[in-house]
Design a protein around this ligand. Structure first.
Ligand SMILES: Cc1cc2nc3c(=O)[nH]c(=O)nc-3n(C[C@H](O)[C@H](O)[C@H](O)COP(=O)(O)OP(=O)(O)OC[C@H]3O[C@@H](n4cnc5c(N)ncnc54)[C@H](O)[C@@H]3O)c2cc1C
Length: 484
């Protein structure tokens, strides 16, 4: 039986409040409705973007009035998946809420609700579901305006190589305005927030079982949470962390999600403290740990409410993410052992380190040219996506602070990337986080993507031959000339 296409959601235009007042926008809304006819309905909505750089505050939205009205004809083709077609500019929260109404879910996007579908795909954003790739891997069709102003359409069935490029496009292939994405059925899930010592994650078998036994598995780690009050006072007195503290004893919060219909028992022992530790404050990470402890140990919720947070949940952050292939879960275990050992040595020598929290994820590889979660495969035109291995990502962040704090955060991030590299991990940066500070960035990217980077550049050359879609940073990374 063919699976349905869900209703289309279109967002048309954004308006800057400085150049368009509400009465003017209402006239435009009326004109558009007259031009389009009775369906879809054009609405004027306020637009909020968590990225404060964007001050635009109105958006004209065209929505079908009912599921039937927005559902496209299936054209007799048999599809073994359900998809939704959306405008690239809608955000994840809007998509999720629209899908909820239809009994579907899209759990595969990044943890923050407020990202746009176009932006999250362009930067290969991902969640922590071992059966799901980065978001672009869920894209089955796309329409874009290319560098010559032409509207082009590409689909998974007909344009294998271009789709592999579009799955992580960094905006370099044109402006995507319509995206078809695979979605899944809504269902109830159990969310467990379980605390376990970091040292348990040094064992690849522990990670293997945790990741593969659950639908979703993610680690949140706020360091220094095992410091005693006496040790914390000694930090204030000496400026150094005493050697009696060891990060391997700190607790990591594992967020584990399973379908409520699953009968498999959660086996990890929960070492959640009875109450939040009352320890002298020496690091912002202690607040992050208290926030983790405030999350309930057990909840049963719909899938769409189980794993995303509003951007307002997070302070303004400096962050990096180091992504490695982790087919046997040994690389992830090594990365965490190295993180622990760098934290220990640096803390004993120089005091509390500039790390507020780490987020560890495991996800499926993507058949993509420049996703950090993909294995380079060269000129493969086979229609079925190449089955990729597992990838692990290690995100580190600290809130934005004084210039001195920010220098310390940059230095800690560089030290961590260097230590991970030296342990042979060959990680690649997340394109949507602070990748500019990765040591040897150009060579790292060239080495990491190999022939796939060349193929990406060839595809870019056909879609945007004069380099309309780029910026200084990407021009440097991809060694591209400035055309004008
Ligand atoms: C608090 C926070 C939490 C996060 N959590 C996660 C996480 O859990 N997992 C994860 O993987 N990432 C995560 N990220 C990273 C985030 O997913 C990416 O930064 C993502 O790009 C943000 O989407 P955006 O809509 O803000 O994109 P923007 O910053 O607006 O765009 C990113 C780039 O995408 C391109 N682009 C945007 N729209 C289009 C379009 N229509 N056509 C072509 N190109 C386009 C542009 O080149 C642009 O530079 C997080 C970021 C923050 C700030």
């Amino acid at each position: 039986m063919p699976h349905p296409l869900l209703p289309c959601i279109y967002v048309c235009m954004l308006f800057n409040p400085d150049i368009a007042t509400r009465p003017q926008l209402l006239v435009i809304q009326k004109c558009l409705q007259l031009f389009i006819g009775s369906s879809p309905i054009i609405q004027l909505e306020s637009f909020s973007n968590w990225e404060t750089l964007v001050s635009y505050d109105h958006v004209l939205v065209a929505k079908p009035r009912s599921a039937e009205e927005g559902t496209e004809a299936l054209d007799g083709s048999i599809r073994n998946f359900t998809s939704v077609t959306v405008a690239a500019g809608i955000n994840q929260a809007e998509l999720i809420s629209e899908l909820e109404d239809q009994g579907y879910a899209f759990p595969h996007g990044p943890m923050v609700y407020d990202v746009t579908i176009g932006g999250a795909i362009a930067t290969a954003s991902h969640n922590s579901i071992h059966t799901a790739p980065s978001m672009g891997g869920l894209m089955t069709r796309a329409r874009l305006v290319d560098g010559l102003g032409n509207v082009k359409e590409f689909s998974q069935d007909a344009d294998t190589l271009v789709m592999k490029a579009l799955r992580c496009n960094l905006g370099l292939l044109g402006i995507l305005f319509e995206i078809e994405l695979r979605v899944v059925q809504q269902e109830d899930v159990i969310v467990r927030n379980v605390f376990t010592p970091l040292r348990n994650l040094f064992n690849p078998d522990f990670i293997h079982n945790t990741v593969l036994d659950n639908y979703f598995a993610m680690g949140l780690y706020a360091p220094y949470n095992s410091l005693t009050d006496e040790e914390a006072k000694s930090v204030l007195d000496t400026g150094k962390v005493p050697v009696t503290w060891n990060s391997s004893n700190d607790l990591v919060m594992l967020q584990l999600i399973r379908p409520a219909s699953s009968h498999v028992k959660f086996t990890i022992v929960d070492e959640r403290p009875q109450s939040a530790p009352n320890v002298t404050k020496v690091s912002v990470s202690q607040d992050a740990f208290k926030k983790e402890l405030s999350l309930p140990a057990y909840t049963k919720v719909p899938l769409t409410r189980s794993m995303h947070f509003p951007a307002s949940y997070f302070p303004s952050l400096m962050m990096i993410e180091y992504i490695v292939e982790d087919s046997s879960f040994a690389a992830g275990a090594t990365a965490l052992r190295v993180l622990s050992s760098v934290l220990n040595e640096a803390s004993y020598k120089n005091g509390v380190q500039a790390m507020e929290e780490g987020i560890f994820k495991w996800f499926k590889g993507t058949d993509c040219l420049i996703c950090p979660g993909s294995v380079p495969v060269g000129w493969s035109e086979q229609e079925e996506p190449v089955d990729q291995s597992y990838f692990a990502s290690f995100h580190l962040h600290r809130r934005v602070g004084s210039p001195d704090d920010e220098n310390r955060t940059d230095a800690f991030h560089t030290a961590m990337v260097t230590a991970w590299d030296q342990s042979g991990l060959n990680g690649l940066p997340h394109w949507g986080k602070g990748f500019q500070h990765f040591p040897n960035l150009k060579q790292r990217i060239k080495r990491g993507y190999g022939i796939d980077l060349t193929i990406f550049k060839i595809i870019r050359n056909t879609l945007d031959p004069v380099g309309v879609f780029t910026d200084d940073c990407l021009r440097r990374v991809f060694a591209e000339p400035r055309y004008y």
